[in-house]
Design a protein around this ligand. Structure first.
Ligand code: SF4
Length: 323
């Protein structure tokens, strides 16, 4: 099942805030607002990362965040904002000015918030994680499957190229994984907007209540990739992050994308899992660099209107990255 090539994008990972109103039991990223290492990145801090990304030949600014709600009102006021999503929109504008294409994953955004961010993003994303009610999410109201499916559906209605995925090993079972993949498939068949589905293995993190929870085996992940490939239409890529599973173990089972590989920053969600060097990956896998929006959406001009100039600069005639 080896594809002709495996795709990836070159990104700079920008964790806007780690303050989050949810408390997912496996999450090592979130902080309470009064924690010593809680942060809301300032525009200057973001600008430094964007400059590094641009000078490292990245094309993607990956904006991620916890779901801070009102918890960051004070920190936002200090940088003269009153609304988090308006701040994210300005960071996207800053990324475009630096020559980088934004891809934002800022949690369960409302339809109006998605509409605000759409013109400023090449694509957007939100993990479904699982359609099951799992104990790991009992303190995380916005991890309700219906809330997340609504965001994915709203993105489809708005015509936003979208990345979603499932988190494997957080208390769900095989049937739940099938149901999660079927739900993603159903929305994609309705709106045609899913560019890729991430199969992300749960990794136990220190200082979390699931630190001693057994991670999924390699075989479980491989079986899930096979299931995903069977359930999802062929135009939807299967992504397995290479810092969580080597491509030699995922590509033969149906993975065809490695996701964003940051030349500049670590994976803040899995900080102990270093991205393999691009040169090492290239030596072992036939790679093809894409942009943060997949080629078919570029050819059909499905991307944020304000990213158009950069899209012409970076995309070749097939929708991949120009050399
Ligand atoms: S996984 Fe995301 S939503 Fe859950 S606690 Fe961590 S940052 Fe918040």
């Amino acid at each position: 099942m080896n594809p002709d090539y495996v795709t990836f994008s070159k990104n700079v990972f920008i964790p806007i805030t780690n303050i989050c109103k949810n408390k997912c039991h496996y999450c090592g990223f979130r902080r309470d607002p009064d924690s010593a290492d809680a942060h809301l990145m300032t525009p200057d801090q973001v600008s430094v990362l964007l400059s590094k990304g641009a000078s490292s030949r990245c094309t993607e600014a990956l904006f991620t965040s916890g779901e801070p709600g009102e918890l960051i009102s004070g920190a936002l006021a200090e940088i003269s904002y009153s609304n988090f999503v308006e701040y994210v929109a300005d960071l996207c504008r800053m990324a475009i000015a630096h020559g980088l294409l934004p891809h934002t994953n800022a949690g369960t955004l409302s339809c109006d918030e998605l509409r605000m961010l759409k013109p400023l993003n090449a694509s957007m994303g939100l993990m479904l994680e699982t359609i099951a009610s799992v104990a790991a999410h009992e303190d995380s109201p916005s991890k309700s499957p219906s809330a997340r499916l609504k965001v994915i559906e709203d993105a489809g209605r708005l015509g936003i190229p979208f990345t979603t995925g499932i988190l494997v090993g957080i208390g769900e079972n095989r049937e739940d994984r099938i149901k999660s993949l079927m739900a993603i498939r159903e929305l994609h068949l309705r709106y045609g907007h899913t560019q890729e589905v991430i199969i992300q293995p749960f990794v136990p993190k220190p200082n979390t209540s699931m630190f001693n929870h057994k991670p999924p085996s390699t075989e479980e992940i491989q079986e899930t990739i096979v299931l995903a490939r069977r359930i999802l239409p062929p135009e939807v890529a299967i992504q397995v992050p290479p810092n969580l599973m080597p491509p030699s173990l995922s590509v033969p089972y149906g993975a065809s994308d490695l996701g964003g590989i940051s030349a500049v920053t670590i994976d803040y969600i899995n900080p102990d899992n270093e991205w393999p060097a691009l040169e090492t990956l290239k030596a072992r896998t036939r790679l093809r660099e894409r942009l943060p929006v997949y080629p078919r959406f570029i050819l059909d001009e499905w991307y944020g209107a304000e990213t158009e100039e950069l899209m012409s600069k970076y995309a070749d005639e097939d929708g991949f990255r120009k050399c």
